[in-house]
Design a protein around this ligand. Structure first.
Ligand SMILES: [Ca+2]
Ligand SMILES: [Ca+2]
Length: 98
């Protein structure tokens, strides 16, 4: 067992190389395959309240999902189960009917 364990302030490359977290997303590939630069700009949304528009890497409020208006540039927030215009209320986070 020879797994490299990187520290919390380090980024783990796919080949288990550790690089300083400051070097992640600095525009210069430090991992052998440059994976430290791959996930840059990926926005993490607060999934309990927000929805991620993958095409634009932006978070929109959950209330804006399925409200009949495209908030993501490709309208993916309106790709709703049961069709567009079906509005999910904040309180209803259970699954929709299939
Ligand atoms: Ca880098
Ligand atoms: Ca919307």
């Amino acid at each position: 067992m020879d797994y490299t364990k990187c520290r919390s302030n380090e980024f783990t490359c796919d080949d288990n190389q550790c690089i300083d977290q400051d070097r992640q997303c600095d525009g210069v590939p430090d991992c052998s395959r440059g994976e430290d630069e791959l996930e840059c700009g990926i926005v993490e949304c607060d999934e309990s309240r927000e929805f991620l528009c993958r095409s634009d890497n932006t978070c929109i409020q959950k209330e804006a999902v399925c409200d009949g208006h495209a908030d993501c540039s490709d309208g993916e927030d309106e790709q709703c189960e049961g069709g567009p215009l079906l509005r999910q209320t904040k309180a209803t986070r259970t699954h929709l009917y299939y």
